[in-house]
Design a protein around this ligand. Structure first.
Ligand code: SF4
Length: 384
C-alpha cells in the first residue's frame, strides 16, 4: 500500500495484499469496473502540476479510465515516435506494456525518463522469445550452414534485446502495418527470414501478401532441440517462424467467424493479422489496429462489424460509432490482462510520485542494446 499526498491509500500490484489491486489480471469475461472517481481528480491534479514536463502515452488497448489521461493514443510504434517528438517532456508515462516503454526509451533522449505505471505489465508474446533462446536458434541456423542467408525480422512486440539481436545480424523491426514491406526488403537482402516472435503475423504476411506457400514456412519451437526441426527442414524453408503468439488474438478461432456470420447476417469480419491463419482466411478485412480504427471510421451507418482484436478497443469503438453495429468477434475471449494491469491507482501512483520529485518504475535500456535496437528500428524507418 502506498500513502500519497492526500493520505488516501492506493492499492497497487506487488505492494500490498489487497485482492482489488489485482483487478484485470484474471479474466471474468467483462471489463473491470472503473476505479474510485476520487482518483480521477487526483490524476488530474498531479498531471496539471507536472504541466509540460509530463507526456502521457496511451495504447489503444488501455482501459477507458486510463486512456482519458493520455495526451496521445496510438499503437506502440506511433506512441514511441510521439514521445521522441516531445524533447521538452522530462517524463514520459507510458500506459502500455513493457516492450513499448523500452522502445520509447530507445527513441527518446538520454535526459527523458520513461515510466511504466506497473512493472508487471509485460506482454506474453514478447516473453515467448528470450535473448538466449534466439541466440541458440541462430546457432542452429549456423550448424545448418544457412545463417549467412537468413535475415532476422522482429515484430515491434518484442524485447529490446531481440530488436538489438536483429540490428546486429543485419535485420530490422516491423509493425503490423509495414510487415509486408519489411519482408520484401528482407528477401532482397537474403534468401530466408527468421520471423520473431509472432508466428501468425509472419505466416499471414508471407502467405497472403508475398504469395509464399504454407510449405515455405516452418515453425521453430524454442522448447525443443534444434527448434523441433531437421537441418534439411531449415535449409528448405523460406520463412522460419518463431513459435510465439499473442494470447489475446491467438484465441479467436474459425468457429468464432462461422458463429458470428450465422448470428449477424451481412456482418463484416475485421481482424488483426496477429490472429491465426485460418481466422484471417475467413475474415473480410485484415489489418493493424490503426487500420481497424480507420475502417470503422469510414464504414457506412447501419453496417455491421465483428472485430477480432483487443476488447477495450472494440468496446470503445462500439461506443464511438453508435450508428454502426460493432461487436466483439467472440463472446468469450477476454481483454489483454497485462495491458489491464495499468489501472487508475497505478497511474495516480506514478503521477503523484513524479509530482513529488520521485521517479518510480523507470524503464531504461542499456547503451549497447539501445544502439543495436535503434539500428534495427532505423532500417524499418528507411523502408521504401
Ligand atoms: S494484446 Fe497480445 S501482443 Fe498486445 S500486449 Fe497483450 S499479449 Fe502482448
Amino acid at each position: 500500500m502506498t500513502t500519497t499526498q492526500t493520505g488516501l491509500p492506493l492499492f497497487v500490484l506487488g505492494q500490498g495484499a489487497d485482492p482489488h489491486s489485482e483487478r484485470g489480471v484474471d479474466c471474468p469475461g467483462e471489463l473491470p469496473p472503473a476505479s474510485d472517481p476520487a482518483l480521477v481528480e487526483r490524476a488530474r491534479r498531479a498531471k496539471a502540476a507536472l504541466g509540460d514536463r509530463l507526456f502521457v502515452l496511451g495504447h489503444h488497448y488501455q482501459r477507458d479510465e486510463v486512456i482519458q489521461f493520455a495526451d496521445v493514443t496510438g499503437d506502440s510504434f506511433k506512441l514511441a515516435r510521439e514521445a521522441a517528438a516531445r524533447p521538452e517532456a522530462e517524463y514520459i508515462v507510458f500506459c502500455g506494456v513493457h516492450f513499448m516503454a523500452e522502445s520509447a526509451d530507445i527513441l527518446t533522449s538520454d535526459t527523458q525518463k520513461v515510466v511504466l505505471p506497473d512493472l508487471a505489465a509485460g506482454c506474453s508474446m514478447a516473453d515467448m522469445a528470450t535473448f538466449d533462446q534466439v541466440e541458440e536458434a541462430w546457432e542452429a541456423l549456423e550448424d545448418a550452414g544457412i545463417a549467412d542467408t537468413v535475415v532476422p525480422i522482429t515484430y515491434m512486440n518484442s524485447s529490446a534485446d531481440i530488436k538489438a539481436f536483429c540490428g546486429r545480424h543485419g535485420g530490422a523491426v516491423c509493425t503490423s502495418s509495414n510487415a509486408r514491406r519489411a519482408l520484401e526488403w528482407a528477401f532482397e537482402q537474403g534468401e530466408k527470414v527468421l520471423f520473431l516472435p509472432d508466428q501468425h503475423l509472419g505466416r499471414n504476411t508471407a502467405v497472403l501478401e508475398l504469395g509464399l506457400s504454407l510449405d515455405d514456412c516452418v515453425v521453430y519451437n524454442p522448447h525443443r532441440p534444434n527448434g523441433g526441426l531437421t537441418e534439411q527442414q531449415l535449409r528448405d524453408a523460406k520463412m522460419i517462424l518463431w513459435r510465439g503468439h499473442c494470447s489475446v488474438h491467438g484465441r479467436f478461432t474459425a468457429a468464432c467467424v462461422d458463429e458470428v456470420r450465422a448470428r449477424i447476417p451481412g456482418v463484416n469480419v475485421l481482424v488483426h493479422p496477429e490472429c491465426r491463419h485460418e481466422v484471417v482466411l475467413k475474415a473480410d478485412h485484415i489489418g493493424s489496429t490503426e487500420y481497424i480504427i480507420k475502417t470503422l471510421e469510414q464504414a457506412p451507418a447501419g453496417s455491421s462489424w465483428a472485430v477480432g482484436t483487443e476488447l477495450n478497443l472494440v468496446k470503445r469503438l462500439a461506443a464511438r460509432f453508435p450508428d454502426k453495429d460493432v461487436s466483439f468477434l467472440d463472446r468469450t475471449v477476454c481483454y489483454c490482462s497485462t495491458m489491464n494491469r495499468i489501472d487508475l491507482p497505478h497511474l495516480v501512483m506514478s503521477l503523484e510520485s513524479l509530482a513529488a520529485g520521485r521517479v518510480v518504475n523507470q524503464i531504461t535500456v542499456d547503451p549497447d542494446t539501445t544502439h543495436w535496437a535503434k539500428v534495427a528500428l532505423d532500417r524499418m524507418l528507411a523502408l521504401p
